[in-house]
Ligand binder design. Structure first.
Ligand SMILES: Cc1cc2nc3c(=O)[nH]c(=O)nc-3n(C[C@H](O)[C@H](O)[C@H](O)COP(=O)(O)OP(=O)(O)OC[C@H]3O[C@@H](n4cnc5c(N)ncnc54)[C@H](O)[C@@H]3O)c2cc1C
Length: 630
């Protein structure tokens, strides 16, 4: 507990970081286990938010992050302050060895081991804590991409799927930063259709090695990674197997760095595998199990991306308000202008909503992992299954978070005006760097399809008859249409969110029914439905956070949070109304169409809110504080 008595002096040397880290990590791990005892009955399973209500008391909100967790966050932030922000131009110029040395320094501080068990030199933390670290590191521009690729898709395949020998050999140097990692799935002709790759592995005559041939593309950290998870098909298998490959082995060829629009400092290369001898011990998981590994790692990557964007968004908001307060036009700071206040408030709202959803699902994952552990699963299987459970939320957060950040950085450039277009300010970098988030970890199109498709599949699996439910909404309207609760702020908001869910279920059920579950080519409709589902999740997570906050801090302390909720629910109603009608008008006709449009209007009716004043109040607080403060 020594570190608690010695608050970090800043700026702090790397040496001090290390000694503090050692105390800190052990202590934090123990504390976490003590604190997080859960009530199994209240755990919301993946996708269940659409059919179940959650009590505010049962969700985790970022305001519950404790002092020890904040210390990890602070360590990440200080690392960026000392090592990354002063060197952004050098990083983006890909100065020889710089990014690699930053990974090493992060490893020296223990920051690479947050998901690696202690026996392999890590300091494994809960999913919530690892999310907090990802969010903090998320403001690190290209470094954040290198860090995420190393600690996430690079290292986790071995953490989750490695056997004992593989973990002993590879995890310690990856946790300490002695080695760097990359994940090699994409090929020139296999992007979104990832399993269609041609990379091939054939057993050598002596049976000791797989001979690997193939080409991988767009590999983050590929220019300097020592350890690669490579997906290739054995013989003529239909699905991938996964292999741990060392980049120093003969036959691994690294192409020059790609020239990119953004994240210029992150290494992105093509890799060629020419008759590379991969020892049979380096098959990861089972033969043919590679695609499952790839997908499960991507679920995790997607959820984490939802967190990573938070750091980037908060930094861009702070820069926006700093500039708006400094820049004078027409004799006054531009932050006085209502048009600028609108942008600032909207930046805050979208970030806060994303954050509410990110921490809600992160704690659900921790709880699910604990349940699976109690049921006797190994830590590896419990973690894989625990994360996979929330595939719908993962895809939703990936889309939601990347689009929120795109909005934030786009408006940051706008607030900076001409200076935003200049390469002299960081918002230009933030704008360019943000764009990749809609493309990697599965494009937002693929993830939108996943949200609605997986929801329908899950409802079938769990026995929730979405078609019958939709029919009951259409035919038995009285049962589904409730009175608006009046006089209780949260009850009223919950009523709206319940109605938003009914809209989503109405769409899902009607689509399943009409297309006899063969609707995958109806992508526009699936996108509309996904947009509704994602909005529901954002609205409910925000509502529950504000309600829980009121219990923690009292009504007077949450007036601005209520403003955010008011604006978001109001906007959600309008957006859901449009998405739902766009969907229905695309495949339902006649009397049925009329009834459905009427139902949609009923379910998306919310009391009027003065959103102009609400946004101004949020912006005024931000302007007063001159930094992100929510
Ligand atoms: C900077 C960068 C870093 C990356 N890092 C890695 C890495 O470390 N490891 C790795 O393995 N990969 C990595 N990738 C690859 C990334 O995951 C892919 O680029 C992404 O999955 C999309 O594949 P693609 O580029 O081939 O696009 P395509 O699959 O060709 O897609 C092109 C367009 O068509 C759309 N589309 C495709 N299929 C469908 C469909 N069925 N329905 C509707 N629309 C569809 C897409 O949404 C997209 O808009 C990286 C990419 C970049 C640019």
């Amino acid at each position: 507990m020594v570190f608690l008595l010695n608050p970090l002096p800043y700026p702090i040397s790397i040496k001090s970081y290390i000694s503090i880290s050692i105390y800190f990590y052990t202590f934090a791990a123990n504390k976490y286990n003590e604190r997080y005892t859960m009530d199994k009955t209240n755990i919301l399973k993946g996708g269940e938010f659409l059919i179940k209500e959650t009590n505010a008391a049962d969700i985790f909100i970022p305001e519950e992050i404790d002092e020890e967790q904040r210390m990890i966050e602070q360590t990440c932030e200080d690392f960026l302050e000392t090592e990354v922000f002063p060197n952004l131009d050098r990083i983006d110029a890909q100065e020889e060895g710089l990014m690699r040395s930053l990974i090493q320094k992060a490893g020296d501080l223990g920051l690479l081991g947050i998901s690696v068990p202690e026996e392999y030199e890590g300091f494994e933390q809960s999913f919530v804590t690892s999310m907090l670290a990802s969010a903090a590191m998320g403001s690190g521009y290209s470094f954040s991409v290198a860090y995420s690729a190393h600690t996430g898709i690079g290292t986790l395949p071995i953490v989750y799927y490695g056997n004992e020998e593989q973990k002993q050999k590879y995890l310690p140097p990856l946790a300490t930063g002695e080695w760097a990692a990359a994940y090699c799935l994409t090929e020139p002709n296999a992007g979104s259709d990832a399993n269609s790759g041609k990379s091939k592995a054939v057993l050598s005559e002596d049976g000791k090695n797989y001979i690997l041939n193939g080409q991988k593309m767009w590999i983050t950290n590929g220019g300097f990674a020592d350890v690669l998870t490579v997906f290739a098909k054995i013989d003529n298998d239909r699905v991938y197997s996964a292999f741990i490959v060392e980049s120093g082995w003969e036959g691994v060829v690294i192409n020059p760095e790609e020239k990119k629009m953004g994240i210029k400092g992150s290494s992105t290369v093509q890799l060629f595998f020419n008759d590379v001898k991969v020892p049979i011990e380096n098959l990861l998981g089972k033969r043919g199990g590679g695609f499952r590994i790839a997908l499960n790692i991507l679920h995790m990557g997607r959820i984490k991306l939802g967190g990573t964007v938070l750091g980037a968004a908060k930094r861009a908001i702070s820069q926006s308000v700093n500039y708006a307060n400094e820049r004078k036009q027409f004799g006054q700071p531009i932050s006085n202008f209502a048009a600028i206040k609108y942008k600032l408030a909207e930046q805050v709202i979208r970030t806060w909503v994303t954050e509410s959803a990110v921490y809600r699902v992160s704690k659900n994952i921790d709880d699910m992992i604990n349940i699976l552990l109690e049921e006797g699963k190994s830590k590896q299987m419990a973690t894989i299954d625990g994360i996979a459970h929330y595939a719908i939320e993962a895809a939703a957060l990936k889309v939601f978070g990347s689009e929120a950040l795109n909005y934030v950085v786009d408006e940051a450039v706008q607030i900076f005006g001409g200076m935003g277009f200049s390469a002299e300010t960081d918002v230009d970098r933030a704008y360019r760097d943000s764009r990749i988030n809609r493309i990697f970890e599965g494009t937002n199109e693929i993830n939108r399809l996943l949200v609605s498709d997986t929801t329908i599949k899950k409802s079938l699996k769990t026995g929730f008859d979405v078609v019958r439910y939709a029919n009951s909404i259409i035919k038995d309207s009285d049962k589904e249409i409730e009175e608006v609760p009046t006089g209780n702020y949260f009850e009223e908001k919950k009523y709206y969110v319940r109605n938003f869910k009914k809209t989503a279920l109405l769409l899902l059920g009607t689509l399943s029914d009409k297309f006899d579950r063969d609707f995958l080519s109806e992508q526009e409709i699936l996108f509309n439905i996904s947009d509704v589902i994602m909005t529901v999740y954002g609205a409910e997570s925000t509502l529950l956070r504000v309600e829980k906050l009121q219990g923690m801090k009292g009504a007077d302390a949450i007036t601005l949070n209520k403003d955010m909720l008011d604006v978001y629910v109001y906007d959600s109603a309008c957006n859901i109304n449009k998405s739902a009608k766009d969907a229905i008008n695309s495949f339902v006709e006649g009397e049925e169409q009329e009834i459905m449009l009427e139902r949609i209007d009923t379910f998306t009716k919310v009391a009027p809110v003065n959103i102009k004043d609400a946004r101004r109040r949020i912006a005024d607080k931000l302007i007063d504080e001159n930094k992100y403060c929510f």
